[in-house]
Design a protein around this ligand. Structure first.
Ligand code: HEC
Ligand code: HEC
Ligand code: HEC
Ligand code: HEC
Ligand code: HEC
Ligand code: HEC
Length: 398
């Protein structure tokens, strides 16, 4: 009986073009938030707090940079006016209208409300910590429908309108918490916190227990650059993230997202028919280095940021099945273990000539003149630019 009701509800909605799954619930019931893990895992909680994952998206007052506040009107250069305009609605905004800040380590972007959708949109400038100046930022899509799965935890589309424009649009969505919380890498925690002690291990995902290639996929879900032609933003444009396979569902750490809707997800360097050395168009244009140096080595370094997974897949480290992202990066210290220091990772297996500056050149552009380290680990690396990771401590406005 219950099932019958659900089917009618779906068909009814489809006639309007709206996919609403009967019984689709807000992810907050399953993804309970990092604060709930603190009482039993205080050391893991503390080490996570020290990472940038926990600082990704924050309310303005907690995360806005000092320089940003000081330079809001101008950075002192001729065209150095700070943000004034919402990218989607073109409405005017002031510093006080900023709800959340996104990023802080090397660049910061600013979220204000989009009163047309109820979602949030970006302002028209981003702050570059390397140059200490404003630069243009033009993404004209609602934040939650274009950046959501990588910058929140437990993201879920709740309502989708298939009849909008050519492909449809995301109408309603939600998430467990802002930023990259515990459950981004461990899956939903609701059953885990309620379970008996004997069932605790069975009710939560630990990347360390997955096979080595699957470990990297946990990180790859976000450390990647894709185009999604199945789900569109609130504005009806292809999304840059991969929500779950269907409306009403969230990605859970451990899921094999590389198998989802392969006809509509363009994931260069991951899908066999979409190699790294192909020329892509649109938003994926210029994704990898394709010059003579790259062709000569048969290794195509990341040319933009958040592509570490796509770089790493080309490396012997990955192909040999000997290393995963977790080998060098652990988000945690605890139970007598110290946090792994990435910079010291190479000398465990190589001699001292294997330095980061040589073998992990900064190739992936993230803001003007600022780059992320390549993860291709080629034996004939190129020279890189200035590194986003080397920028020194951040000054927050207090
Ligand atoms: C009421 C206490 C409690 C809370 C709250 C709790 N855990 Fe646990 N967790 C445990 C216990 C007990 C274990 C099992 C430890 C063991 O047997 O070594 C465990 C184990 C784990 C493991 C290791 C599993 C494995 O297979 O190695 C992870 C990961 C984990 N918890 C994550 C979380 C996350 C994420 C949250 C918050 C969503 C959370 N825990 C909340 C008690 C808790
Ligand atoms: C970026 C991904 C990521 C995030 C975010 C994350 N973890 Fe983990 N966690 C891991 C990985 C990977 C391991 C495997 C152990 C290792 O190599 O450190 C792990 C292991 C654990 C373990 C088992 C520790 C052990 O010694 O066996 C617990 C418990 C845990 N995490 C809890 C948490 C809690 C609580 C949070 C949030 C406060 C959290 N994790 C956030 C990736 C993550
Ligand atoms: C839900 C998306 C998501 C997942 C899953 C994820 N990351 Fe991240 N990661 C991010 C974002 C977003 C940032 C940028 C944070 C910032 O700079 O404020 C980041 C930053 C980082 C950084 C640089 C900052 C730092 O704290 O050192 C490292 C290293 C990193 N991630 C490694 C990993 C590894 C390893 C895994 C898998 C165990 C992983 N990430 C899983 C989204 C994710
Ligand atoms: C496919 C996942 C993904 C999507 C989609 C995505 N990001 Fe990110 N973003 C990341 C990861 C991972 C990082 C950190 C690693 C890196 O930049 O190489 C990052 C870094 C950032 C940073 C810099 C953080 C810092 O501390 O300086 C900002 C700002 C940012 N993203 C904003 C956005 C905005 C705005 C959107 C949507 C238009 C977006 N991202 C879409 C994964 C993603
Ligand atoms: C857990 C051990 C381990 C760690 C840690 C490690 N490597 Fe490797 N590395 C290997 C193995 C195994 C190979 C593959 C050797 C082969 O098959 O020829 C390799 C190969 C390489 C190669 C040569 C690739 C080629 O095409 O010949 C480079 C460059 C490299 N590593 C750089 C680094 C750097 C830089 C670090 C530190 C950030 C690092 N490695 C950390 C084990 C490791
Ligand atoms: C062989 C060791 C090794 C492996 C494997 C590895 N990384 Fe890294 N990663 C590093 C080192 C070293 C740095 C630079 C750290 C620093 O400068 O302090 C780094 C930096 C980063 C950064 C920050 C960007 C920057 O330019 O500083 C991100 C994000 C990141 N790694 C994600 C990943 C992800 C995701 C994977 C798996 C797909 C991965 N890493 C695999 C060693 C590794």
């Amino acid at each position: 009986m219950k099932k019958h009701v659900a089917v009618t509800a779906v068909t009814g909605a489809l006639m309007l073009g709206l996919i609403t799954v009967a019984g689709a619930t807000d992810p907050k019931g399953e993804f309970i938030g990092s604060e709930k893990c603190k009482s039993c895992h205080s050391e893991e909680y503390k080490s996570w707090k020290d990472t940038w994952h926990s600082k990704m998206v924050r309310p303005r007052k907690d995360g806005i940079l000092k320089e940003v506040v000081e330079k809001w009107t101008t950075d002192g250069t001729e065209k150095g006016e700070g943000p004034t305009t919402g990218n989607v609605t073109k409405a005017k905004f002031k510093l006080d209208d900023v709800r959340y800040v996104v990023g802080s380590r090397w660049k910061q972007r600013f979220l204000v409300v989009n009163d047309q959708t109820g979602g949030m949109q970006f302002l028209n400038k981003q702050f570059n910590r390397y140059t200490n100046k404003w630069e243009n930022y033009g993404n004209a899509n609602d934040w939650n429908t274009n950046c959501g799965t990588c910058h929140t935890t437990g993201y879920r589309i709740l309502e989708y309108d298939e009849k909008f424009g050519k492909h449809g649009r995301t109408v309603k969505d939600s998430y467990g918490e802002m930023g990259v919380g515990c459950e981004a890498c461990h899956g939903p925690g609701n059953l885990h916190i309620k379970s008996q002690k004997a069932d605790k291990k069975k009710t939560i995902f630990n990347p360390a227990n997955a096979d080595i290639k699957a470990q990297s996929k946990v990180c790859g879900y976000c450390h990647i650059r894709i185009e999604n032609e199945k789900f569109m933003t609130a504005q009806g444009n292809p999304r840059e993230d991969l929500p779950a396979p269907k409306v009403g569902d969230s990605y859970k750490a451990g899921d094999d997202w590389t198998k989802w809707y392969p006809e509509q997800a363009i994931i260069p360097g991951v899908h066999a028919d979409q190699p790294a050395n192909k020329e892509y168009v649109g938003d994926l244009k210029g994704l990898f280095k394709l010059d003579d140096h790259a062709k000569g080595n048969g290794i195509f370094e990341e040319a933009k940021h958040h592509q570490q997974y796509q770089g790493f897949l080309q490396s012997k480290h990955y192909l040999n099945g000997e290393l995963s992202c977790v080998t060098c990066h652990s988000p945690h210290a605890g139970k007598g273990k110290l946090k792994k220091v990435q910079k010291e990772a190479c000398v465990k297996c190589h001699d001292a000539s294997f330095t980061l500056d040589r073998y992990m050149p900064n190739t992936g552009q993230t803001a003007g003149s600022l780059f992320m380290r390549s993860h291709t680990f080629g034996k004939n690396p190129r020279k890189g630019g200035a590194g986003a990771g080397d920028m020194g401590p951040v000054n927050y406005y207090e």
